[in-house]
Design a protein around this ligand. Structure first.
Ligand code: CUA
Length: 190
């Protein structure tokens, strides 16, 4: 007959980690959620999935400047494309994507940025990312959505920030560089 104390130690070796691991996971959840502010993409409203193209803000998809260096992109996914399928912003911009699907379940994934959401029909997703490095940031549908799922993509083009021009030959054409003095001046042209 085995000594009871041997069994007790053996059980204890299992019981302690089985308590410690969930407690550790719970502590990590609390710290990331309340300390670091990390959370899952949440519900940011709904629109009638049959009338997405007629419902604000998705009736005017595209890029919107909402402040200095801050942009909003109203984006829809539909078989098998994104609208808009190209977004151009200066480096250092903070971009909030407000997105939904017009038909079936799609995904919106920017591998080079911290953007990864599902696009559910009529459910509004909202995700914000910073784009500091100039370059191209392709985005993809990463939820299988049918025969042409693999061609459903677009890209964010990040131009070098105008405030910090890169060293370049002076003959480089720049028609936009001198128009930043005032927004009021632009209104007279319309
Ligand atoms: Cu849309 Cu895959």
């Amino acid at each position: 007959m085995r000594a009871p104390s041997t069994i007790y130690l053996y059980e204890l070796a299992w019981i302690l980690p089985s308590v410690a691991i969930p407690v550790g996971i719970l502590a990590a959840l609390v710290v990331t959620a309340f300390g670091a502010g990390i959370h899952l993409p949440a519900d940011h409203g709904r629109v009638d999935p049959t009338k997405v193209a007629q419902t604000a803000p998705f009736d005017k998809p595209g890029l919107l400047e909402v402040g200095p260096g801050r942009y909003e992109v109203r984006l829809t996914g539909q078989i098998w494309s994104f609208t808009p399928n190209q977004v151009r912003i200066p480096a250092g911009s903070e971009v909030t994507f407000v997105a939904t699907s017009r038909d079936v379940v799609h995904g919106f994934f920017i591998p080079r940025a911290n953007v990864n959401v599902m696009l559910l029909p009529g459910q509004v997703a909202r995700v914000t990312a910073r784009f500091d490095q100039p370059g191209e940031y392709p985005y993809f549908c990463h939820e299988y959505c049918g025969i042409a799922h693999h061609v459903m993509w677009g890209k964010v083009i990040v131009d070098p920030a105008p405030e910090f021009p890169r060293a370049r030959p002076p003959e480089g054409p720049s028609s936009h560089g001198d128009e930043d003095e005032g927004e009021g001046a632009e209104d007279k042209d319309k």
